[in-house]
Design a protein around this ligand. Structure first.
Ligand code: C5P
Length: 225
């Protein structure tokens, strides 16, 4: 889909090792019913209908495999930190007007979430993140575990991906060597307003063996219904 209001690039960092998952292959290459997390994530981006180009940052030794799994993507080698992988992907997308950074590990993200982030960008937001209300009470603690305070839950959101940005905003945020677990953190540090749109429980990140089990059960459930 070519849109003369500006090309949308979905940038998928998939170069992490995923050590917390404890699988033999890097996390994006772990399979659910024979399909890798990377393929599932790329498929959601594609099916959203709002993405013009997919860029994947893959582990150096798995570039060819990533290219075979996502044949319509530009595949680049990722870096040591997640932000290095995002910077590598950005360099491969010089003509993007908007960039959606989406963790390969959020493999069950509904296509509609990509669309709602792009809608907010097209409506003028410069930085958009999906966020969910927090269900647990969150406490600040010190190194010994002593409670320092209780956060006001109404003010908190658990932030997911795809995180969408006007491309120039994201490039500026990544022009240094800063690292952040989410790109919006770097953009905020630049003083750019970040907007939260409603997230989706299905956009959870596969991080632990529990998450992978949950993802496999959800896919099996989807297939049987
Ligand atoms: O490790 P974590 O779950 O926070 O990683 C989030 C996403 O960033 C994953 O999809 C992972 O593959 C990616 N990543 C990357 N390059 C790194 C580290 C993580 O592309 N060096």
């Amino acid at each position: 889909m070519i849109d003369n209001r500006g090309r949308v690039v979905a940038l998928i960092p998939a170069a992490g090792m995923g050590t917390r998952l404890g699988e033999a292959v890097p996390k994006a290459f772990v399979e659910i019913d024979g399909v890798t997390l990377l393929e599932l994530s790329a498929d959601a981006a594609r099916r959203s209908g709002v993405v013009d180009q997919i860029v994947v940052a893959a582990p150096t030794e798995l570039i060819e495999r990533a290219a075979a799994l996502v044949p319509d993507a530009i595949v680049v080698p990722g870096g040591a930190e997640r932000s290095d992988s995002v910077r590598a992907g950005l360099a491969a997308a010089p003509d993007a007007a908007f960039v959606l950074v989406h963790d390969a590990a959020r493999a069950l993200t509904p296509p509609e979430l990509f669309a709602s982030v792009v809608t907010a960008l097209r409506d003028g937001a410069r930085a958009v993140v999906p966020g969910l209300r927090v269900v647990d009470t969150l406490k600040r603690v010190d190194a010994t575990g002593a409670v320092l305070g209780t956060a006001d839950r109404d003010e908190l959101r658990a932030v997911q991906t795809p995180q969408g940005f006007a491309a120039d905003v994201l490039r500026q945020a990544h022009s240094g060597q800063g690292d952040a677990t989410d790109d919006a953190g770097l953009v905020e540090a630049e003083g750019v307003a970040v907007t939260v749109v409603p997230g989706d429980a299905m956009a959870f990140k596969v991080t632990t063996p529990f998450d992978l089990r949950l993802a496999r059960l959800l896919v099996a459930d989807r297939q049987s219904s």
